[in-house]
Write a protein that binds this ligand. Structure first.
Ligand code: G
Ligand code: G
Ligand code: MN
Ligand code: NA
Length: 253
């Protein structure tokens, strides 16, 4: 309850901050970043989204929070454009189920894109399998409408859900994101290596990109590259960092 009271006030008090975790290609070039929400609580310090996102979902606070994340990410894209700095970077934003199911979700995104006047191709939305499966027809309709606007999609945590291959081919996806639980076991668990190879094969057959998350070691990265996955995200490259640090990392690279 204490946490809920704080969460209600957090937007108004500007206690949320966006962190950015770079996504790189095989050559190490930064192609974009995943946007990860952080709550800097005045007394408790940094609170993980693992703790407050479920509460935000339950209470419906995820709606204004999710909207703020989208808007802030688009403003960041605009800022990079203006600074002639990193103007080609794509930002991937996590979308929650309740947020995506809103009747006017497409209109909200459209309005934010208009207001911030960014190139919609710079925005990618991450959906999970459970969001998709919750209402496949609604998901497909919304994805098509958003794709019309120029927005792209990544399937987050891929391989952990109840993926049915039949719905996958119906979704206008741009990318599959291999879940870090599989990446973690590269070199130690043969079955996870097989799952990774299968996901990469599926992405190739669907004609879409595949990115691996949670890449922590050179060995994992090399295994992924050897198997045809050339996009990576993980601590090997960078932890999620605040905007200033992210800008500094870009400059160094
Ligand atoms: O960095 P990490 O601890 O950031 O994130 C923990 C979980 O919180 C992940 O599952 C991530 O997808 C989720 N998450 C992080 N930021 C957001 C956000 O802005 N919106 C939603 N819905 N989930 C987020
Ligand atoms: O559920 P989602 O995939 O959106 O969440 C991404 C989560 O993974 C975030 O909590 C982020 O901080 C975390 N993360 C990103 N890279 C790594 C990594 O290399 N190792 C570990 N253990 N976690 C990571
Ligand atoms: Mn994600
Ligand atoms: Na994920």
């Amino acid at each position: 309850a204490q946490l809920e009271v704080g969460l209600r006030e957090a937007l108004r008090k500007q206690e949320f901050q966006l962190y950015y975790q770079m996504q790189v290609n095989h050559a190490g070039s930064v192609l974009g970043a995943e946007v990860l929400l952080r709550w800097i609580h005045p007394e408790q310090g940094l609170i993980s989204p693992l703790k407050f996102i479920p509460l935000a979902e339950e209470t419906g606070l995820i709606l204004p929070i999710g909207r703020w994340v989208l808007e802030s990410a688009c403003q960041q894209i605009k800022a990079w454009e203006k600074e002639q700095h990193a103007h080609e970077l794509q930002l991937a934003v996590n979308v929650s189920g309740r947020q995506f199911r809103q009747k006017d979700f497409v209109a909200q995104v459209s309005e934010i894109l208009d207001r911030t006047a960014i190139d919609p191709n710079r925005l990618k939305l991450e959906l999970t399998e459970s969001i998709v499966l919750d209402d496949v027809a609604d998901t497909i309709a919304k994805m098509h409408a958003l794709r019309q606007l120029g927005v792209s999609f990544s399937m987050d945590d891929f391989g952990t859900g109840y993926s049915s291959l039949s719905y996958l081919t119906q979704l206008p996806l741009n990318q599959l994101k291999i879940d870090q639980s599989f990446v973690r076991h590269i070199g130690t668990k043969e079955s996870d290596a097989t799952i990774i190879q299968t996901i990469i094969g599926m992405a190739n057959n669907l004609g879409i990109e595949v990115i691996a998350e949670g890449v922590e070691t050179q060995e994992q990265r090399d295994f992924l590259e050897a198997n045809g996955c050339t996009l990576y995200q993980g601590y090997l490259f960078s932890r999620p960092v605040p905007r200033e640090e992210f800008d500094a990392l870009l400059t160094v690279r």
